[in-house]
Design a binder for this molecule. Structure first.
Ligand SMILES: Nc1nc2c(ncn2[C@@H]2O[C@H](COP(=O)(O)OP(=O)(O)OP(=O)(O)O)[C@@H](O)[C@H]2O)c(=O)[nH]1
Ligand SMILES: [Mg+2]
Length: 301
């Protein structure tokens, strides 16, 4: 550890340097010095749980408590990594207050922004072989975490995902109609890329090697699951139906701009997955546009 870099930081916080760093300047990682939880040894693979957060302070205490309560019966070793984009809403103090009891860490990004890149920052910090991602606002029931992990370990699955649309999946009746529609259309548009019933889901689990061996990721999108599935060359999704709750507290960060970014993101994934087809579609579009211009020009002149 670089003592000079850490001298200026509050107790319990230090900049990661050395072989396994989060390289971003201004990134502060708080580590629990005695991240001990009274779990017995387990034969199940250990999991790093990554939660991107932005202004989620009121949700953090119940989130942390419910995550570890869900894992307790299986005695699976786990760490929880919150990746916060400098919310300045008390997040740091809340995580600090939980660190004695639970193996939870906070990465505070002072400069970079964005949900998808936050998830990847969490992956880089994760130390276990299974990676699981969920939102902080308790829309994804933490009680379903074991089901996702068990599905991933069944052998015929390389990407487990909590779905609102498959099987007994459901959405809280208070979720706005427009959001339901947008979510459905977004899922439909992604269908040729991946056979996921809910590709916009932010609740998923994968093996570390899937991420490590993935093609170069381009985290511009609001949700990273689809990109990880496609670029990680996954072939065997495992749907776990969940009941998608309404946000427990705080505000949604899904803006119209994010939805436009999703379309750009989709286009890039199509180009990656079907390069020849994309070129053909572009050429045909170009020919049609030129033809329309010529006809218009011919008609007008
Ligand atoms: N680190 C980080 N986290 C983010 C950012 N934007 C959103 N998040 C987190 O990502 C998760 C999903 O964001 P939400 O705003 O709940 O998006 P959503 O679930 O699609 O929308 P709602 O249904 O309206 O809640 C939450 O835990 C957010 O706090 C960001 O820019 N940086
Ligand atoms: Mg949400």
């Amino acid at each position: 550890m670089d003592t000079l870099a850490n001298a200026a930081l509050p107790p319990g916080a230090y900049l990661l340097t050395g072989p396994q760093p989060v390289k971003l300047p201004g990134t502060v990682v708080r580590r629990s010095p005695t991240a001990i939880i009274p779990f017995m040894p387990s034969f199940l693979s250990a999991v790093s749980i990554i939660v991107p957060t932005f202004r989620e302070a009121p949700n953090l205490e119940p989130l942390i408590r419910r995550v570890f309560a869900a894992l307790a019966p299986s005695k699976r070793e786990a760490e929880l990594i919150l990746v916060d984009d400098d919310s300045r809403d008390g997040t740091e103090a809340i995580v600090e207050s939980q660190r004695e009891q639970y193996p939870v860490r906070l990465i505070t990004r002072r400069q970079e922004r964005g949900l998808s890149s936050a998830v990847l920052a969490g992956f880089r910090e994760a130390k276990h072989d299974l990676l699981l991602v969920l939102d902080a606002d308790l829309q994804h029931p933490p009680e379903m975490i074991p089901a996702l992990l068990e599905r991933l370990e069944e052998g015929d699955c390389d990407f487990a995902i909590g779905t609102r649309y498959g099987g007994q999946g459901a959405i809280d009746e208070h979720w706005p109609l427009l959001r339901r529609l947008v979510s459905r259309v977004a899922a439909l548009l992604a269908r040729p890329l991946a056979p996921l019933s809910d590709p916009m889901s932010g609740f998923f689990a994968l093996h570390r090697k899937t991420w490590e061996q993935a093609d170069k990721l381009d985290p511009i999108g609001y949700k990273i699951a689809l990109e990880l599935y496609v670029k990680g060359h996954c072939e065997r999704p495992g749907d776990i139906p969940i009941r998608f709750e309404s946000r427990a507290a705080g505000e949604s960060k899904l803006s119209a701009a994010e939805q436009v970014r999703y379309l750009r993101h989709l286009f890039r994934l199509y180009r990656f997955r079907f390069p020849v087809l994309t070129i053909i579609v572009l050429i045909v579009t170009l020919i049609i546009e030129v033809a329309v211009l010529l006809v218009t020009f011919g008609v007008l002149s």
